[in-house]
Design a protein around this ligand. Sequence first.
Ligand code: C2E
Ligand code: CA
Ligand code: CA
Length: 758
Amino acid sequence: MRSIFTVIFLLLIITLTVCSFMARRSPRAIGSSVAALIGTLTLPLTGNLLIVASTSALLPTVGYYVYFLGMDFVVLTLIHFTFRYCGLSWSKKWMRDLVLAIVFLDIAQYVANPFLGQAFGTECIIVEGYPYYRLVPHLGQAFHRVLDYGILAAVILIFAYKTFRSARIDSEKYSVIFITLVLFSLWQTFFIFSRTPVDRSMIGFAFFGLLIYYFALHYRPMRLLDSMLAGIASDMSESLYFFDASGQCIWANPSGLDLAGITDKELEQVPKKLTSLFGICELREDGSVKKIIGIGEDAKYYVLERRVIKDENGRTAGSFLSVRDNTEEQRQFRQELYNTTHDTLTGLHTREYLYHEVRELFLENPEETYMVIFVDVRGFKIVNDVFGSAFGDYAIQRIAEWIQSSLCKRGVCGRIAGDTFGVCIPVNEFDPHCVEQDLSNFEVKKNHLSHHVLVHLGIYVVTEKDLDVSVMFDRAHLALSSIKEDYQKHVAYYDDAMRSKALWDQKISAQLRDAIATKQLRPYLQPIVDLTGTVVGAEALVRWLHPEHGFLSPGTFIPVFEKNGMISEIDRYMWRCACELLARWKNTSLFLSVNISPRDFYFMDVPEELKNLVKEFGIEPARLRIEITETVMMTDVEKRMEIFHDLKRAGFIVEMDDFGSGYSSLNLLKDMPVDVLKIDMMFLSKSRNEYKAKTIVQNIIHLSDELGIGSLTEGVETPNQYQILSDMGCKLFQGYYFAKPMPVEDFEKYVFPDKAVS
Ligand code: C2E
Ligand code: CA
Ligand code: CA
């Protein structure tokens, strides 16, 4: 019998040691406390092993010491485990110290026992024919028992309290330990009072350790788990339904019951209700579906997710459906989509979205012929500046409305930029007559303000559908450039000539600087003669000897550079050339007239530039004549007037070019500090009424005489014209009759036939 116990104790010690080792490696926080508790439990077991297995006097005595001291350590690790497991902490530090002190006092009394013998002794009895050393407790042993059982009782009480007072889902975790402790205590008590010769209570201790190991580390409290899952599922805003294999609903959370409009007693109605709500009843497939219920403002969006639950053999055990209301997300998504694809002011498509929609339109109706229209509001900046941006916004909205309601009845339209819009419609939808009528009188009225807005349309009939949509709109935009701001015509169509023209403009603009540097651009001189026919000066006119396109007259490139402002670079160059020539002809009285474009005033300080030039070349300012056209005076009159005064003060002679061809205002002459009127014969030659033309020229010459202004007639082509103009009192003449514009060398030969000029 004793040998059986020896084997049992040995096995239990090994098992507990292994469990302690595994508990230490457990990822759970409580692992180290469990390891300590069952690790210390091996000590009293070892003590008991020695007592049971030995027949000599010494080993059982050592065994008793190992046993009692071991129990003291067990008490300490049990307290530690209990506190950790129950989430307690010492409210007062001294209480912990007191418990420690008592335990150490007990340890001390065992240390003193060999000398004082106050705790216990042993007596030899014969069990199964062999000596067995039984414990003879003394007074000190009572202290040990009170301590051990007191602490054990306290621990049981703590677990009892936790079991009965915790929330239901928690109590299971405490109750298993509580029951283990009670059972162990009963077992222990039984052996204390039965006084069987061999103490077997340690078997109970060992099982207690193993149960703690299992319950604290490996047992998953199912009820806790169930209640937790059910709690979470109940609180979820999603509607959840669980079905058994036959499709019967076995559980639904409150949100699910709400959505189906039933109580938890009517779960059998769930499949029917869901079918009528969402039109689905087939739950045997995994996957998600999006559903809309309700139409219009109240439309609600739901995302339904179905999962089939299989058992370990792959058989369908049931299924699960979650229904999530995603109306708000959908609303936000739609709003964001709308915001990124629609212009806030007009509600029309943004440029990118318009281009996308145009593409879609072409794909939808590949047979249809479309046109893209570029809508431009002319001078819109002025509307904003004069009437304020609120009126400007209002005007943009009215134009957008017109586009939507009249122009783009069947097609797509959008706002391309501030005051430009884009439209794409089938060609046969466009009614030019109606559009012209609408645009000829497009008035925007707000409160007491009203403004006639000039709207122009450039149209590209889409002949190449493969083109980038942006290129199509570029073409439509290009068409706009052919519309003059004359309020007569509001619509222009793109043609390939426009494209070639745009390409040409681009090409020569890119080449200009290089052309100046390499002297492809050069002055041609057209002589100016006096009454006797003597050459007194010349007008410098630019020519481009293009390496690829040959001789280019100013008509082919001046307007391009007038438009993009690069004209000032040509003029600056031409003035310098003129000054160089005048410096070369310093011993003569010849003058040179140079042209000044109205655009020059935007890009440079014209008087300053000219003053510096004459200074640099050391020439008299009066020999450099400045030709300006009346158009210069159309804006900034005061400032421009000052500029001319400045030029005159510096000694330059100012000529008014093309007088009579533009919006001549005789009134201007009163204040304009001009020295010479350059009368354009060409405008007269076009006149059918020669008599009237003559009278006008006659009067201009008289008028200039009266005002003390000199006169020069250009465009003189016949001896007859020369004669008549001379008779009228004109002093200077220029025209093909005398000579065409010619290269500098030719001019020099023409004027100085005998001498070479150096
Ligand atoms: P513009 O200043 O009025 O120059 C006179 C134009 O009339 C010149 O044309 C000249 O060749 C032409 N012309 C002269 N006499 C006759 C004639 O008897 N009959 C006819 N039919 N035409 C005659 P061009 O050289 O082609 O210049 C055209 C315009 O280009 C000039 O008109 C001027 O406005 C501009 N331009 C020429 N060179 C320059 C320049 O260096 N700078 C600026 N800003 N503009 C220039
Ligand atoms: Ca001129
Ligand atoms: Ca002229």
